[in-house]
Every structure is written in structure tokens, then in C-alpha cells.
Design a protein around this ligand. Structure first.
Ligand SMILES: N[C@@H](CCC(=O)N[C@@H](CS)C(=O)NCC(=O)O)C(=O)O
Length: 207
């Protein structure tokens, strides 16, 4: 399998960390691609009409895109304990946590557009403030709801890769007032899966 990846994408890293935790990373060739809605990458669009990474290329089978779906597919490829709980409240909890992590990344990317990536004369501060509020409210929610003691699940992987990216991009302070979340993140960052997938690089936009 090939994972179409980006070294500064929290979503791509989520998929790769999941593969490491599931014990299948050695079956994956990682290929970096740059993407931006302002710079069309033909190779990426040929596999994903949304023009985004990550994408999983499978031999003789259709490509899979969207990190949630790639993780769900990876979970079918190993015989260990499932990282996406299969039933009951544990399943809904893990998926809810994952969704909040995805929302942090989605809103965080929009903050970056409004504060950095968009030309200065096209920025609209109330919009970046509104997106940033979603990010910080999600930190507060996670401080309350993240199940730091349970066996690792996809939600933990999604939150760790999202928060690690928030800090990589210096988007917001997540540590002040959220000691439980900060402690948990520091521990998670020590995992071999996180150490094997460091974030690096800059986004390449038009102009
Ligand atoms: N919901 C998608 C988000 C993927 C995504 O936004 N990837 C970014 C890189 S961090 C991208 O390729 N963006 C290019 C674009 O928006 O055109 C997922 O979870 O895989």
C-alpha cells in the first residue's frame, strides 16, 4: 500500500500513527505530496476529487481518502485489539473524540488562512476569532471528556496528532488551564508511533 502523505498534515499523520499503533506500518510506503486549494496538484486530484491528503493507494482496489476512513480500513488489516471499538458506548465515545480532533484541525487550518495564508488585504479578523474560539472551546471540552485512562483508541490518536500540530503551528495555548490534557499529550508524544512521524515543513500556496 502507498500512503499519500504530507509531513505537516495532522490528518495524514493521524493515519500513519494509527498504522504504527495497529502494527501495519511496515506494509506502507509513505509518499509526500504538497496540497493547497490555491495550487492544484494533478497527481492528488487524480486519486481524490477533493485534492487532499491523506490518500491510501491499494493494489487492484480503489483508493481510499479521508483519514477517518483510512484508519477504519487499517483496523481491518490486523488481528490485534481493535483501535476503533466495535460496539456500545465505547464506539460512540471514540468516534466523538475523533470528530472533535478533526474539528480542531479543520478550524485551525481556517485560522491559518485568516491570519497567515490569505493575502493581508483579504483577511477578516472576526472570522479568525470565531474559528479560534472553536479550537479553544474544544480544548476545554477535551480537558473534561478525554478518557485518559482507557485503552488507546482512534480518538486518542486523532487528538494527539491534532494537538501536536496545534503546537507545531503555534496556533493557540492549550496548556494553561488544561493540566490533564497537557500531561496526557506529553505522555502520548513519547510513543514510538509519534516519534516515528515528526511534523515538518511549510504549506505551499499560490503567490
Ligand atoms: N477531512 C480530511 C482533511 C484532509 C485535509 O484537509 N488535508 C489537507 C492537508 S492538512 C489538504 O490536503 N488540503 C488541501 C486542500 O484543502 O486543498 C481528512 O481527514 O483526511
Amino acid at each position: 500500500m502507498q500512503l499519500i502523505y504530507q509531513t505537516h498534515s495532522p490528518y495524514a499523520r493521524k493515519a500513519l500513527v494509527f498504522a504504527h499503533e495497529a502494527g501495519i506500518a511496515r506494509d506502507i510506503e509513505v509518499i509526500h505530496q504538497e496540497t493547497s486549494p490555491t495550487l492544484r496538484n494533478e497527481q492528488v486530484f487524480a486519486m481524490n476529487p477533493l485534492g487532499k491528503v491523506p490518500i491510501l493507494v491499494r493494489s487492484g482496489l480503489p483508493a481510499i481518502f479521508e483519514s477517518d476512513i483510512i484508519c477504519a480500513y487499517f483496523d481491518t488489516l490486523h488481528d490485534g485489539r481493535k483501535l476503533i471499538p466495535e460496539s456500545g458506548e465505547a464506539r460512540w465515545h471514540a468516534l466523538q473524540i475523533q470528530a472533535v480532533a478533526q474539528g480542531i484541525c479543520d478550524a485551525g487550518i481556517l485560522v491559518r488562512w485568516e491570519t497567515l495564508r490569505r493575502p493581508a488585504n483579504l483577511r477578516y479578523p472576526p472570522l479568525s476569532d470565531g474559528y479560534l474560539e472553536k479550537v479553544t472551546a474544544s480544548f476545554d471540552w477535551l480537558e473534561q471528556h478525554l478518557d485518559v485512562e482507557s485503552p488507546m483508541h482512534v480518538g486518542h490518536i486523532a487528538v494527539a496528532t491534532a494537538l501536536s500540530w496545534v503546537e507545531f503551528r503555534a496556533l493557540a495555548d492549550l496548556r494553561t488551564r488544561r493540566p490533564k490534557l497537557a500531561r496526557w499529550l506529553d505522555e502520548f508524544e513519547k510513543r514510538p508511533s509519534m516519534r516515528a512521524t515528526p511534523l515538518s515543513g511549510e504549506t505551499h500556496d499560490a503567490g
